[in-house]
Write a protein that binds this ligand. Structure first.
Ligand SMILES: [Zn+2]
Length: 90
């Protein structure tokens, strides 16, 4: 396996702390649907996020996890960035 292939197989940054167990627990809790728009989630298109996000002080526990579709994940990250920018301006 080349380095390139290994990088693609790896979990996305921010989800590296997630175990398979934690992922399936979250998916089961949400009935395999997106926490944002209720769209059915598939293994390849599921994003896991902490609420509140780790960069905002959220605890890295499965109870704080949410599974999101790629669309809601993008919206979520945008909101987080806006929030962080707001905090900095205070
Ligand atoms: Zn969604």
């Amino acid at each position: 396996m080349t380095t390139e292939q290994r990088r693609e197989a790896a979990v996305p940054a921010g989800g590296a702390h997630l175990t398979d167990e934690a992922r399936s627990a979250v998916l089961e809790r949400q009935c395999h649907r997106c926490a944002g728009c209720n769209a059915p989630l598939t293994a390849g298109s599921t994003h896991f996020d902490l609420r509140p996000p780790a960069i905002c002080g959220g605890a890295r526990t499965p109870g704080n996890l949410e599974a999101l579709c790629p669309f809601c994940h993008q919206n979520f990250m945008r909101r987080v960035r806006v929030q962080l920018a707001g905090h900095r301006n205070k």
